[in-house]
Design a protein around this ligand. Structure first.
Ligand code: GRF
Length: 210
């Protein structure tokens, strides 16, 4: 048995969302299939009308939703809800607000962006806007990026990145579907690496131990 398997633990995860909760669905089914070594201890939403809130309730996760417009106050409320549940990591899963992480959580907050950072990212690049810009630009590959969160949108050390092709005649919807399929594999992979204790952050870069 490899060392990584010996040290593997169940990662306690808090999931933050704003929309449909497709990433929450993926985590839920990956945990159910024992491919993701994690436990969802809390779900928080920046919108009380988000579909993801209903899904979280159906799945039986503790859920908090707030329509607070002030992003700092919203983060404060979210942190107040999730911290007593002792998450090891906070995972942004389609969370469209700026998140002010709790003190001491550097290197424990993750986001996934549906493009290859530093391209097609930053303020205004979310959802289909990203994939439309990708198709309009004529690039031949796109992909997704799991990164640690810093105070700037879509910045912070890159953790994992993988590519998918952009093919002649692809619509933004085609690209979005291909990228999301990749996300469903890459985000759980990142969390499993954390659960295995194989991730080192140094000099603002991420190193994965083989
Ligand atoms: C994902 O595509 C991810 O890249 C981005 O948000 C999307 C999931 O959000 N960060 P949703 O569940 O469709 O609202």
């Amino acid at each position: 048995m490899k060392d990584a398997q010996v040290t593997r633990k169940k990662l306690k995860v808090a999931v933050l969302l704003s929309g449909t909760g497709r990433t929450l669905d993926n985590f839920h089914s990956e945990i159910g299939a024992s491919r993701l070594h994690a436990e969802i201890v809390a779900v928080a939403s920046s919108s009380s009308r988000a579909k993801g809130v209903e899904k979280a309730k159906q799945y039986g996760y503790p859920v908090f939703a707030s329509d607070e417009k002030n992003q700092r106050e919203l983060s404060r409320q979210i942190n107040e809800f999730i911290l007593p549940r002792h998450p090891d990591v906070i995972v942004l899963a389609g969370f469209l607000k700026l998140f002010f992480m709790p003190e001491g959580f550097e290197g424990q907050v993750l986001n996934i962006h549906p493009a290859l950072i530093p391209s097609f990212c930053g303020k205004g690049f979310y959802g289909m806007k990203v994939h439309r810009a990708v198709v309009d630009s004529g690039v031949k590959v796109t992909g997704c990026t799991v990164h640690f969160v810093s105070p700037i949108y879509d910045e912070g050390p890159i953790f994992l990145q993988e590519c998918v092709p952009v093919r002649a005649g692809d619509t933004p919807e085609d690209v979005a579907a291909r990228v999301f399929e990749l996300e469903c594999r890459l985000y759980p992979k990142a969390l499993n690496l954390l659960a295995d204790g194989r991730v080192k952050l140094s000099d603002n870069k991420v190193w994965i131990e083989e």
